[in-house]
Design a protein around this ligand. Structure first.
Ligand code: GLN
Length: 198
């Protein structure tokens, strides 16, 4: 199983390390041709404005949208989740608008308000998972086809819509690889149906 990690900026190394720990091969994705070499793609955390610009300059913006419509699995963490959203509040970057969620940037406050907590995601792990929130966004709306896999209080923090997975936190910054293993399983499936946002 070969999984791509958008390789411009952000928590690229951390995702690659987690994928390797799960026995998958990782490959950094920087151009459209790279995308055909992998079974799925991770959009890392970082700065969504910068990542959105890179997506445009590289041509990956429309290439990813095209592939997602055909069922290509994509997992966005934090800034990556912002890129997947239908709408982002608070200075909207150049996002992909492929997932039926709306998201508010920096919704927990400034960098100093970043935090680590334990969360439950029963469909993914029987153990509690450590979740790292760094200047994280909040998912403020989910469409009817979106499954909520984990919450922090009332906040939806890990959601899935078919071939798309998004978390507002960073599992790649912990030693727990349960969410990466879950995504790798998603990459082994074929998604043939269309989603309401596409
Ligand atoms: N605050 C960043 C943004 O809005 C996201 C931060 C992160 O990925 N940890 O783009």
């Amino acid at each position: 199983m070969k999984i791509g990690v958008l390789g411009f900026h952000g928590s690229v190394f951390e995702h690659e390390r987690a994928l390797k720990k799960c026995g998958a091969i990782s490959r950094q994705i920087r151009c459209v041709e790279d995308l055909d070499q992998v079974n799925g793609l991770i959009l890392p955390g970082g700065e969504s404005t910068a990542l959105g610009k890179f997506l445009h300059i590289s041509g990956l913006h429309s290439a990813i949208i095209r592939k997602v419509k055909k069922g290509f699995p994509v997992y966005g963490t934090c800034a990556g989740a912002i890129l997947l959203a239908q709408k982002a509040y608070g200075k909207e970057p150049e996002i992909l608008r492929v997932m039926d969620i709306e998201i508010e940037r920096n919704a927990y406050g400034r960098q100093i308000e970043s935090f680590i907590t334990l969360i439950s995601a029963p469909k993914i792990s029987q153990k509690k998972l450590r979740a790292v929130f760094i200047r994280a966004p909040k998912i403020v709306h989910v469409g009817p086809m979106v499954e909520v896999l984990a919450k922090h209080g009332t906040d939806k923090i890990l959601v899935r819509e078919g071939n798309l997975l998004a978390s507002t936190f960073h599992p790649e910054m912990t030693d727990d690889t349960a969410i990466h293993r879950y995504f790798i399983q998603m990459c082994k499936k074929n998604f043939l149906h269309h989603f309401h946002t596409l």
